[in-house]
Design a protein around this ligand. Structure first.
Ligand SMILES: [Zn+2]
Length: 494
């Protein structure tokens, strides 16, 4: 019975996402990361006697749009509850959250793994709450409370709107957990509702893990893992915890339901505390906040504002088959680049070769110039989907040489303009007329005795030098393949 391979893991993810709003959830204080400690405060977020909270409409809209992006239901009735909270980083001693009537219920997160295959995980709910302040423990050397001499509390973050997404235990592998999180994160990025930066704490996640004999349906006892600070640590922590639970069972032990912290440097999870149950929090409706009734027309308006999601973009870019899995992933990770590409592709719907050529331009030459100039695709206005589309057509159709096309791109990104107009105005079209190139070829043969002699002596590389000369004399316009074949023809005759 010690064969760990006969167990499968059951994983459920919970995410906390700080929402992008100008003010906090229930007061007018600024919602901004960093800043001097305890400067973004008021009587409401400090819970001074008599202060009354007012909900932030934009934060509610953000959560509803997040739910709609995943096909969740938006109940008409919702409300805020008080969750009793026992730590000093919350001045109220309770947190305003949502208990039995969350803003959204259900929904499905579809995701793609690194190899392009598809998976999905249902959502239980998404609700809205307020973030806590931040404690810093000093004197212990490693930031932990154990062994510390004193603690500092910064309330700037207290009251920042926080969205909690609770996933169903549909995930079976650490790889899928990461893919799920990636698409969750990207969706919020596309919606523009959060910065979703794990390093700044605007995206935080916990994972519930249990194991059970493969082929059974009853859940085993789960542990909850906290303190995972990157997607990589999520994968490592889950791998560690699954192996630990297998080992415990193989040795005849029992899994204890508890919260375990991930230790990044040691690469282990360690027991933090026994898991709280919902009744420990003694939820009750917040008497300062009236229940919410969501208007159907308002919800429909938000549905119309969701726009396309990363999974929809992924599906669309992969459908044609013109792009590799790696290219699709690279593009989808950048909402602005995805928008730019999709808009360019509207020029020639269903044309795989055009899609592939456009993606190649964006990921290579355009990306190189943007990187060199230190700007992003949406941080410039000179290159537009319309003029990039024209350039791709000019280059793919052979109207200009690849050398001319690259120069055109540089000029478009420095000064804008339609590449077609530049080509027509400056006579940059590729020379594909043999008679026009022939005179240049003759000129080059006459002026390059050494290369001609080398070629005739069997030095194959000499032909490249001669083609280079033809390109130079024609100012990059000669069709290089045609130039080479004409050169070989003439040299064989002479
Ligand atoms: Zn405030």
């Amino acid at each position: 019975m010690s064969d760990g391979a006969r167990y499968e893991a059951v994983i459920g993810i919970e995410c906390h996402v700080e929402l992008k709003t100008s003010s906090k959830m229930f007061c007018g204080c600024r919602n901004e990361f960093g800043g001097e400690p305890n400067r973004q405060l008021c009587p409401v977020c400090l819970a001074l006697p008599g202060a009354l909270p007012v909900p932030n409409r934009l934060a509610i809209e953000h959560v509803v749009r997040a739910g709609l992006a995943f096909g969740a239901q938006i109940p008409v009735a919702s409300k805020f509850d008080r969750k009793n909270y026992f730590y000093p980083d919350m001045p109220k001693n309770y947190q305003i959250s949502q208990y039995d009537l969350p803003l959204t219920t259900g929904g499905v997160v579809r995701y793609r793994r690194a190899d392009g295959s598809e998976g999905s995980c249902r959502l239980t709910r998404i609700h809205l709450e307020e973030d806590t302040g931040k404690s810093t423990h000093l004197g212990s050397g490693d930031g932990r409370i154990a062994g510390s001499t004193h603690s500092l509390v910064d309330f700037n973050r207290a009251g920042v709107p926080l969205m909690e997404c609770v996933g169903e235990p549909d995930i079976r592998t650490p790889e899928d957990a990461v893919a799920f999180l990636e698409f969750l994160r990207l969706t919020f990025l596309y919606l523009g509702i959060s910065d979703v930066k794990m390093e700044e704490g605007s995206l935080r996640c916990d994972a519930n893990v249990s194991i059970r004999p493969a082929g059974t349906s009853a859940f085993g006892t789960k542990t909850e893992i906290k303190n995972m600070n990157s997607f990589r640590s999520v994968a490592r922590a889950l791998e560690y915890e699954i192996a630990r639970q297998r080992r415990v069972l193989a040795e005849g032990g029992r899994i204890v339901q508890e919260t375990r912290g991930w230790d990044e440097s040691e690469g282990v999870t360690h027991s933090m505390r026994s898991k709280e149950q919902a009744h420990d929090y003694r939820y009750f409706p917040d008497p300062d906040l009236v229940p919410l009734t969501l208007d159907g027309a308002w919800i429909e308006g938000l549905r119309g504002s969701v726009g396309f999601t990363p999974i929809a973009a992924y599906d669309r870019l992969q459908r044609g088959g013109g792009l590799s899995v790696a290219q699709v992933r690279q593009i989808v990770e950048d909402p602005a680049l995805t928008r730019f590409l999709l808009e360019t592709l509207e020029r020639k719907p269903g044309d795989d070769a055009f899609a592939q050529a456009t993606a190649n331009w964006l990921l290579s030459d355009v990306a190189r110039i943007l990187g060199r100039e230190g700007i992003s695709i949406d941080g410039q206005e000179l290159l537009t989907p319309a003029n990039l589309g024209e350039l791709v057509e000019l280059a793919s159709g052979g109207t200009v040489t690849s050398k001319t096309a690259k120069e055109l791109l540089e000029r478009m990104m420095a000064g804008g303009g339609s590449p077609k107009e530049i080509v027509a105005r400056e006579g940059l079209a590729q020379l594909s007329d043999p008679s026009a190139i022939a005179s240049v070829v003759d000129e080059v043969i006459a002026a390059n005795d050494k290369s001609v002699a080398d070629y005739k002596a069997g030095k194959e590389n000499a032909i490249k030098a001669l083609v280079g000369q033809v390109m130079k004399v024609s100012k990059g316009k000669a069709n290089p393949q045609l130039a080479e074949s004409l050169l070989r023809e003439r040299l064989a005759q002479s």
